[in-house]
Write a protein that binds this ligand. Structure first.
Ligand code: TZP
Ligand code: MG
Length: 221
């Protein structure tokens, strides 16, 4: 499983609870402690998302986080930066529509890594799939202070996107324990969550509850 030179396969169960990191919630616990708590709580996929670090700092941090995700056997995804993903031998990379073209990212990544792409329309979704995306992140489903400029899309739109592609889709944006059930029956394989996890006082138990809810609404296990 996940040997070098072998395609890292994402299974549907890996998409169930996708934690996306956010340094703005560092408090009593350090960034790495928060990440470890989320891994203990059962997150199934983890993305390191850094918007304000130098390349050197990002790389160093990615190396530290990779040790943790390896310890818990969770695939590790890097936001935006294909080079860093390759340098730390992450499972893959996630790019937005405004970042790198999915096709270019796939080319740089090679065939053996996971490529995730953010989409908000059926058209984007089909294109990303054609360009070699392994999964899609779709949203924002709810208004969120984490990314205030992210426009909210309807659950009907989410459902149409899930129907239009064969690859797994995770919903993102403002997803909380209180609203996740609104995403039932849309065809998603899981949820991607920042503040619903990292802004919580007890990250580990928040993840346990989230995982249970996500399994329920995606009808897994
Ligand atoms: N893309 C669309 S919404 C969003 C991103 C990165 C932020 C999600 O963060 P939160 O705290 O889970 O709403
Ligand atoms: Mg991006």
């Amino acid at each position: 499983k996940n040997r070098i030179g072998e395609k890292m396969r994402l299974e549907r169960k890996n998409m169930c609870l996708y934690a996306v990191t956010d340094r703005s919630w560092i408090g009593e616990k350090s960034f790495l402690e928060q990440i470890e708590d989320s891994l203990k709580g059962g997150v199934t996929l983890l993305q390191l998302r850094e918007k304000n670090l130098s390349r050197e700092e990002f790389l160093k941090e990615a190396q530290e986080v990779k040790k943790l995700t390896d310890k818990y056997g969770v695939p590790f995804i890097i936001n935006d930066d294909v080079e860093i993903a390759l340098q730390v031998d992450a499972a893959g990379v996630h790019v937005g529509q405004k970042d790198m073209e999915a096709g270019e990212a796939r080319q740089k990544l090679g065939a053996d890594k996971i490529l995730g792409v953010s989409c908000r329309t059926v058209e984007d979704a089909k294109k990303a799939e054609q360009m070699g995306a392994d999964y899609l992140g779709v949203g924002a489903m709810f208004a969120t202070s984490t990314k205030t400029e992210a426009e909210v899309i309807t659950t009907e739109r989410l459902r149409s996107i899930c129907q239009a592609v064969a690859i797994p889709v995770v919903a993102i944006g403002g997803i909380k324990e209180e609203n996740i059930t609104k995403l039932r029956d849309c065809g998603i394989s899981g949820v991607a969550v920042i503040s619903g996890i990292y802004a919580q006082k007890d990250i580990e138990s928040a993840c346990q509850r989230f995982l249970k809810l996500s399994k329920e609404i995606t009808q897994q296990e």
